[in-house]
Structure formats: C-alpha cells, structure tokens
Design a protein around this ligand. Structure first.
Ligand code: MOS
Length: 743
C-alpha cells in the first residue's frame, strides 16, 4: 500500500478522538460544569389536549433548594423564529410556554430550577396543575384524512397507463412512529456573561442553533455562542433546537447563574421529535415481461397540531427506476402529539420501504426474480429532473451484492430453503439517498510550535468528522495526524454545515482542502521573503510543501520546516480560509442528479415451531462516491443496518389512547435492535468518486445504510413464511398465519 500523505484519503483510519472518548475525557453537553451551577427540571402536561386552568407552584417554591419556577405567567417574551428563514430552522413553530393551551401529553408547562438535580426533580413533582381537558385526537391510523393532497413529482399519464396495464398492484404500506434514541440525552447548559450567553448544547448544527436562539431570546446573534464538542449521536433528533434550550437560557438569565437542563429519557419520547407514522398507497403496473408502465405513491404522515411536517416519502420514487407515467402526492395529518422530526434517512427510508415493497410484490406477481425486475427497469437518466446522473452505480450495487450474497442459489418457492433445522428467507431491496455540498468555510493555521490546526463550525455527531478533517490536512500538508488539531463544534468558528442529510463529509472536506492549499501557499511565500530563510529569494513556483517542509523541487535535504520559517519571520502563526462551493452554484453539479445508491440483501431464519424470527445475514453494497475513511464509513453502514433490523422487526412507539402518554416511553419497553439482534453484516463500498462533489468526490454515508433494509426484511419474511406484512414492524402475531409449519 502506498504511504504518501495523499494516500490517507481512502485508508481505514482509527478515530483521532478515540482516546478522549474511551478515557471519558470527551466533554458532551451535560458534562460541562461551572461554579454555582443550578439544575433545571421541566414539568410536563399529563393530558393530551386542553387548557391549563390552574398552575399552583406555591408548594414547589417552598421546597429545599428551589430557586425559580418558570411558566407561561412569568417567563417573559420568547419569540418564534422567522418563517422561511433558512438560517434559522426550528423544531417547533411554537415558543416554549407561549400560551396555556396543551396540545400533547408531555408538553412543557413549567420549569423548576434548584440547587441540585434531586431538589429540582422533587419540586417539579410538587407543582399542582389542573386542566380543562378536551378530547384529544390520538387516532393512530391516518386513513380518515380528507384534506388537501399536495402534488409532488408528476409525469406522463398515470391513470390511463395504470388502467390499461396487464399486471398491476395497489397496496398500502404503513410505518409506525419511531422515537430517536441516541444514547446521549438532549441537554443544555446556559452561561450568561452580561448580555452574552454561551450555550453548551446537544446540537447537530451549532450555526443554525445560534441564530434560532438569538431570534427566540430576542437578542443579537453576536451575543450567542453555541458549543457542541461531542455528540452521543442524534439520528436527526438534534438537528434543530427544541423548546428546552430557550427555557433553560431564560432561567439562567433570571438567576444570574449557569443552569443545566438534561431532558429525561421519558421526555425524549414526547418532546424531542419522532419519525412520524406514514401510510403510503403504492400503485404499480408493468408489462408481462416486467417493464414498469405506471407508478403512483400517495402518502400521508402524522404531525403535531401546529407543525406542518412533511416526511417527504416521495424523495427517491421519481428517479430510482425508469417509468414513463408517475405521480406522487402527500398530505399531513395533525394529531395531539409532539412535533415530528427528521430521523436517519427521513423521507427516503420510509418512502423506499413503500416503493421497494411494491417492487418485490410486483416481482412475485410476475414470477420474476426481484433482482432481474430492478435491472430491467434501471434508469439511464433522472426522468424527473430530466438530467443526467452525476455518478450512478445502482446496477453494480445489485450485481455485486447478489454475487457476495449468493443470490443465484435462491429457490423462489415459499419455505423452500432450509439450514440447520431452520427455514431461510431471502429478500433484497434497493437504496438511495440524496447528495449535496452545502456552503461552508474552514480555516487552516500553521502554528510556530510545529502544529497545524483546522477549524470549521460543524460538529461530529459520532461518525468520525474529527478524523476526516485531520485526514485531509494530512493529505495536503504531510504533517502527521498527531500534530494536527481539529477544532469544531462551536458557532464562533467559520460557518460549517449541519450534521444532517449525510452532508458534512462531502461539504466540509472541499473547504478544508482549499484552506490547506491556501495556507501552504502563504507559507511558501513567507519562506521566500523572510530574512535568513534558506529559501529567501527562491521562486515560489520552484518550491513544494511536503511533509510539513518547504522544499526546492529538485532538492531533498536541509529544507526548512514551516515552524522554522515562522520563527524567522517572528510570527506565531499563519492561516488561510477555504470555502466549499454549494451544489447549486457549482457548474459541475448544478445540472446533474446527485444521489447515493445501495443494495441490501437480507437473510432471515424462521423457526415455525417456536415462532422465532431472526435476521441472520445482511450483505450491503453502497455507492456513496469516494469513501474517505472506510473504517468509519463501514461503522456507519453496519450501524444503519442494525437500525434497519429494529425498523423491520421491533421499533414502534405506542401511545395511550386516553392520555396520549407514550406507553413504552423508556428504554426497557421500547424495543430496539441490540447486539443480540445484529446479523452478520458484510459492507462493501464501490468507491467511485463523484465528479460533482468537488475534489474528493465523497457523498457521505450516514443515512444510506438504513434505506432498503426494512423492505428487504419483509421480502425475506414472505419468502420464509408466506406472510406478507405491509405494516411495520413485523410482529410474531403476524407470522402465526404462516402455513409453513415445519423446518
Ligand atoms: Mo439526519 S435525519 O438529516 O440527522
């Protein structure tokens, strides 16, 4: 293997922040402690709909250690964010304690602040509330919806083509509400210094968070600083601020003391988002030989009373396959629930569950191999945007996956495959996810102590962002990783991208590369102009910057290190900025269709006598452009596959139909895939650089690995059991209908 600095791009590189994480010195938001810090505990509504009649805080206020009880009556003004302001995206339209109307169980209605967490918790329980409750709408099903259907992508004549088609299917696929369960709870620590506030936050986007906080608190944006050094994941739930952040900041301002608020796990199930339930009617039609003729996806998703959250299930539908007649429509159904929020692969993941399930059912109807059906309908161009694809290797994902999985050994008859006294089911599905570069800035600085730093206002959600920053700086400058300092997670840094949409890698690396190149150029110029420099008077064109040294191209020994030049020039450091051109401005990107692709091959084992179902093996092949760090990237895909097992078989939030309380709102009762549920996972990257993604051609991998897992599981379940499950998760009860009674 080549070991030039540049070859670190694409090399499996251990996390540079690994030692901090494993030694417990990495500081997550709730780890920030300050002299005199007070602790906040919210009080939450115990009805799903109604109005607060009385809120009696008198007993709570007299309890030991209690400093403050905030509520609608005394919090003072908190503002909504400006609608449509892309730089200030909020989670909920309503500001905390804005009125005395309760619209969901668990809504924050007061905040108790005390000297200790225990005192705050005890006093929060002593706040007495009476409600004028009104009946809540908690109906899980969405099919009573009679409102507007928003038109999405449309082409050809769906109705005519569907009607005339020889083979057609019309089914509805349902995904349940799933709750984000990152290990790290949402938390906020607010520290005021005069009229400036620093907030230590669990934020997937410190730059946006800062603007939202400024608008909500009604203070200049310059007065707000957001810090997120480490995140214990988020899955989308931490993309935008939630009401507890501003509540906590107001408490700290009123008390003149730092205040810490850590959302409890139970509140995580009602107050910080969820993947909304979706109901998708899929109509799909084909010729007898499997050519798609018509495709329609009409989806609904649930939202809160005040928020118009659109899950975007139609994201991948219009371009994944070639089909002349197509339509997508959507509708938002309001219920007495908290606001939904993007969850890993929002839109595409539930949307592809619908589309890929329909494709698998169509293949069965046609008695055609589902792999063949997909290859037959491969799209040569994006038929929706009428643009070429920047780099699409979907066919290769399917073919490589089939080979690795051994797909050609599949016998299609239900229950026909066995191993070790178990029935096997094999299923597959395609995957896709959007790619974009977002505008951002990075700064690279050479320091006189021989170190180099790189900074940008993005954050590491746990995926390896720290490490890839350092990889790029090493690739460009040749300075070893242990002399590179990565600084991120702070809104006072040059503006970096959200840790969302799998877009950090593809976006920020270009800015870092540009900043590195610009800083090296400045260093080289300095070397030719500094008194006493061995390179004084040399032409910069004759010099190269390698291994942290400035060299004459033909010479190899005795060249100065950059730090030597800085000393001679009496400079402490020298820096330069670089920017990423966003997709919509990049001539190489703005006229192409940019997406990642993948294929999921799933094996389930079914033991009919004890009704035991297990996902035993998954082969996943991912086309996500150039892979910068295959080690971190494979972690992402494998983790997403495990989450897919949860989506397929386990995850669902249940609400008490009387109170609106999540019944399984804790980590014991909310089932997630754990190590014991994890299959053998084989991850392959195709690794074709995408020419529309800038210097490295990386598209990012955070979300694509979850797409397609659930429909591949349900196809495998059908193959093993003969039971067609169209509502996730697959339950044991569903499988009791199976006629396959013996292995
Ligand atoms: Mo992702 S759901 O955009 O954090």
């Amino acid at each position: 293997m080549s070991t030039t600095p540049a070859s670190i791009i694409g090399r499996p590189t251990p996390r540079i922040d690994g030692p901090q994480k494993t030694s417990g010195t990495a500081q997550y938001a709730a780890d920030f402690h300050f002299e005199g810090i007070a602790h906040a505990m919210p009080v939450v509504a115990s009805v799903a709909s109604g109005r607060i009649r009385t809120l009696d805080t008198s007993a709570a206020e007299k309890m030991p250690g209690v400093l403050l009880v905030l509520h609608h009556g005394n919090i003072g003004p908190l503002y909504r964010t400006v609608p449509g302001d892309d730089n200030a995206t909020n989670s909920e339209v309503r500001a905390a304690f804005e009125d005395e109307v309760v619209r969901h169980w668990g809504q924050y209605i007061a905040l108790v602040v005390a000297e200790t967490l225990e005192q705050a918790t005890a006093a929060a329980a002593a706040v007495r509330v009476e409600y004028d409750a009104v009946p809540a709408n908690l109906r899980p099903g969405l099919d009573d919806y009679t409102g507007e259907r928003k038109k999405g992508s449309e082409r050809g004549d769906f109705a005519g083509a569907f009607q005339d088609a020889p083979v057609k299917l019309d089914h509805t696929y349902i995904t349940p509400i799933e709750t984000h369960n990152p290990i790290e709870l949402h938390a906020s620590v607010a520290v005021w210094d005069g009229d400036h506030v620093t907030m230590y936050e669990t934020s997937q986007g410190v730059v946006n968070h800062r603007v939202v906080m400024a608008q909500t608190l009604g203070i200049p944006v310059e007065n707000v600083r957001i810090v997120t050094r480490f995140l214990g994941s988020g899955f989308g739930g931490k993309l935008f601020p939630w009401p507890h952040c501003a509540m906590n900041a107001v408490a700290a301002r009123k008390l003149g003391r730092p205040v810490k608020l850590s959302v409890t796990r139970r509140m995580m199930f009602s107050n910080v988002g969820y993947r909304p339930r979706t109901e998708q009617r899929l109509r799909i039609a084909a010729s007898k030989d499997g050519k798609l003729l018509a495709l329609k996806q009409d989806y609904l998703n649930v939202s809160s009373i005040l928020d118009d959250y659109d899950e975007g299930c139609g994201e991948a539908t219009p371009y994944l396959y070639s089909v002349a007649n197509l339509g997508v429509t959507s509708g938002i159904v309001h219920r007495n629930l908290g606001a939904p929020m993007y969850m890993r692969g929002p839109g595409a993941v539930p949307g592809l569950y619908g589309l890929e399930s329909a494709m698998n059912e169509l293949a069965d109807e046609l008695k055609m191999d589902p792999l063949k059906l997909r290859l037959l309908n491969e799209a040569a161009t994006d038929e929706d945007k009428k643009m070429p694809f920047s780099s699409r290797h979907f066919r290769e994902c399917l073919e490589v996956g089939a080979k690795k999985f051994g797909w050609e050994q599949r016998t299609p008859a239900i229950g026909s495959m066995r191993r070790d006294g178990k029935i096997l089911g094999w299923g597959l599905a395609g995957a896709s996810w959007v790619a974009l570069t977002l505008p951002c800035t990075a700064k690279v600085k050479f320091h006189s102590n021989g170190r180099v730093s790189v900074r940008s206002g993005t954050q590491d959600i746990g995926t390896g962002t720290y490490t890839i920053f350092a990889q790029v700086v090493h690739a460009k400058t040749g300075i070893p990783l242990d002399r590179i300092d990565v600084i991120l997670g702070d809104s006072s840094l040059p503006e970096g991208p959200m840790s969302g949409g799998s877009m950090v890698t593809g976006s920020v690396l270009n800015a870092i590369a540009a900043a590195s190149t610009a800083a090296m150029k400045k260093m080289t110029t300095l070397a030719t102009s500094t008194e006493g420099s061995p390179l004084k008077g040399a032409k910069t064109d004759d010099l190269v910057f390698t291994e942290g040294r400035i060299r004459k191209k033909e010479q190899s020994a005795g060249d100065p290190e950059f730090a030597d030049i800085l000393h001679l020039a009496r400079l402490n450091g020298l820096s330069a900025e670089g920017k990423t051109q966003p997709t919509w401005e990049d001539p190489k990107a703005k006229n192409v269709s940019l997406h990642s692709y993948g294929a999921q091959f799933v094996e389930v084992e079914w033991e009919p006598d004890i009704a035991r179902l297990r996902v035993s093996r998954v082969v996943t092949v991912i086309d996500a452009g150039r892979i910068i760090n295959p080690k971190a990237a494979a972690n992402q895909i494998a983790g997403a596959v495990v989450m897919g097992v949860g989506m397929g078989l386990l995850e669902e939030t249940h609400y008490d139909q009387r109170s609106g309380q999540p019944i399984n709102g804790n980590m014991a009762d909310y089932l997630m895939a754990t190590c014991a549920d994890s299959p053998a996972i084989d991850v392959t990257f195709l690794d074709y650089p995408d020419p529309a993604m800038g210097e490295y051609g990386a598209r990012g991998v955070g979300e694509i690995g979850l797409a397609g897992v659930a429909p591949a599981i349900t196809a495998a379940v059908y193959h093993a059991t003969g039971v067609r499950v169209r509502e996730l998760p697959v339950r044991i009860e569903d499988l009791l209908e199976s006629k396959i009674l013996e292995a």
